[in-house]
Write a protein of this length. Structure first.
Length: 556
């Protein structure tokens, strides 16, 4: 094959040439020096420390259930206590916030519209923290997950862009972003959706490298033995990283159904990665070989795994007869068909009940069109045009946290607003990265763009005018859903920086200029985060200070 023929003077082995073609010389050099390894881990620890401080400091503020914590925190507590989400009496928040977390546990199940994984994670955090009598205990799981997510994005970006510096840059941007900080300090579900999706992408990135290394190894053995590569390449083995990604995606769907969009998007992503690998390796019928050797096994492994893991997340629902609609099938005469084995009637009835429950959940999600002050069209999400206010209170001097010495009213706020510089740059970077992906076939853009598309574009189907065109409902949706794809937007921004560094690789002064400008912009971003941090974390500030940060009228 022409691809495998060594150029004159090229002393590299066939395997080395193939690895360079499949992974890139820069990736193969990553971590080759002590300085790179040291900076890779020292920088990682530094940004993780920043993330930990931003997420853990005074985590219990405000000492109230904010926004949808009123659902998920109490549902998580009742799951941990009873095994099912219990129905709470009317207006229970005051007692719960005061530490009365037991008297409201009832023997009646609550109708809930999201799967249980996120609530179980909140519950685990409360159990490990010793209970739910303090507000920080409701949020500690979100905070820990937020810190780990920063660690993940550093290592993912480092591998994706073959640069420890760019990995640290990605981690820093995510560590100081407002959406990431707010969701790490509140007990909502979307934080856990983001986490499992990010884990899945990291697994797929590891699989891409593992698969290409194995492909280079198997093909080089053929060539070195004097054989032609032929129409097809040898089988490279079972892809455990893809199995791990499928488990993570099943857990993501077990947090919120919007995880399904990532299942579909990531599935298409690995298909294109597989096609590219076989073609680059010189396989003559690369498209057919990829379908038979990679795509079909992936479908047979990943899709059933996602389904099995998702169903397994409902184990608590199956185990407790008090769960909502647990005995619906038996109560409504939906007996098992004659061909079903009699000893497994209970399995049929439980499954039929869960199916009906899911139908009700689907009806709820596709018909939710109630008015809400902070509902936002997804078109404006990418620039954070209408952030979601989770909590806001105003105090006169001497009231609440407002000191008597204050000369003006005070305000406390938890506003799910991303760092505006990050998100406004991200909107531009999306277009630039898309152009690079198409014009230069830059594979590094494919993963981040896919993640943004999976977390953002499907919501247009539930908003006007597309929803009306499809005969659906203009669903009530919010900007805070952007946390699901926020890490991928960060990676898109870093991809543009990586492309600029590549462009100036042979021009040291220009390359240094790119580095200085990037550093200056990062410093501005950190400074803006410092300014906005009080309104992300309910710190008491003067009303005038809060109002000065409302840069757009739509933010109020």
């Amino acid at each position: 094959m022409a691809l495998l023929a060594a150029p004159v003077g090229d002393a590299r082995t066939t395997r080395e040439r193939l690895l360079t073609d499949l992974l890139g010389a820069r990736r193969l050099r990553l971590g080759a020096t002590f300085r790179d390894r040291f900076w890779g881990w020292a920088g990682t620890l530094a940004v993780v420390l920043v993330a930990a401080v931003a997420r853990l400091w005074d985590l219990g503020r405000p000492a109230k259930l904010v926004f949808d914590e009123t659902y998920y925190v109490k549902e998580g507590w009742s799951l941990a206590s009873l095994g099912y989400e219990a129905a709470w009496p009317e207006d229970p928040n005051a007692a719960f916030e005061a530490g009365d977390v037991t008297s409201y546990l009832t023997d009646k199940a609550e109708y809930v519209v999201h799967p249980p994984v996120g609530k179980w994670m909140i519950a685990l955090g409360m159990r490990l923290a010793g209970g739910a009598t303090e507000s920080w205990q409701w949020r500690v799981a979100s905070a820990v997950i937020g810190i780990v997510a920063v660690l993940l994005i550093v290592r993912i970006a480092r591998r994706l862009f073959a640069s420890s510096t760019l990995g640290v840059l990605a981690g820093l941007l995510f560590a100081v972003d407002g959406e990431a900080i707010v969701h790490s300090r509140t007990g909502l579900l979307d934080q856990f959706l983001m986490f499992w999706v990010l884990v899945a992408f990291g697994c797929l990135l590891m699989d891409r490298e593992w698969g290409r290394r194995r492909l280079a190894e198997r093909v080089s053995h053929l060539v070195d033995a004097g054989n032609d590569v032929g129409l097809y390449a040898p089988w490279i083995g079972f892809r455990w990283w893809r199995l791990a990604a499928a488990v993570s995606l099943g857990l993501a769907c077990g947090v919120k159904w919007s995880g399904l969009w990532f299942v579909a998007a990531f599935g298409l992503l690995v298909v294109f990665w597989d096609l590219g690998a076989r073609r680059t390796a010189g396989i003559r019928r690369w498209w057919e070989d990829a379908i038979l050797s990679d795509v079909m096994p992936t479908l047979l492994i990943m899709l059933p795994t996602v389904v099995v893991v998702y169903v397994a997340t409902w184990t608590g629902w199956f185990a407790s007869r008090m769960s909502y609609m647990r005995d619906w099938a038996a109560a409504n005469g939906h007996e098992a068909p004659g061909w079903w084995p009699g000893q497994a009637d209970g399995v049929w009835l439980a499954g039929r009940s869960l199916g009906q429950y899911h139908r009700q959940m689907w009806d709820f999600h596709t018909s939710l069109d109630s008015e809400h002050n902070y509902a936002a069209h997804p078109l404006g999400w990418i620039v954070q045009s209408r952030p979601t206010s989770f909590f806001w209170e105003k105090y006169s001097p001497g009231q609440g946290p407002c000191p008597a010495s204050a000369t003006h009213d005070c305000a406390t706020a938890v506003t799910s607003l991303g760092n505006p510089i990050i998100w406004w740059l991200g909107a531009v970077a999306l277009l630039v990265s898309l152009v690079l992906a198409i014009m230069q076939r830059d594979w590094r853009a494919s993963g981040p763009l896919t993640g943004v598309a999976a977390g953002w574009l499907p919501w247009f189907l539930y908003s006007s005018p597309i929803a009306e065109l499809l005969g659906g409902v203009d669903r009530t949706i919010f900007t805070f859903y952007t946390i699901a794809f926020a890490p991928f937007l960060i990676l898109v921004i870093v991809h543009v920086v990586a492309a600029l560094l590549d462009l100036t690789e042979d021009d040291p002064p220009a390359r240094r200029a790119v580095g200085w400008v990037t550093g200056a912009v990062a410093a501005v971003i950190v400074g803006v985060s410092v300014l906005f941090y009080p309104i992300w974390t309910a710190m008491p500030v003067s009303y005038d200070y809060w109002h000065s940060l409302m840069w757009l009228p739509s933010w109020i």
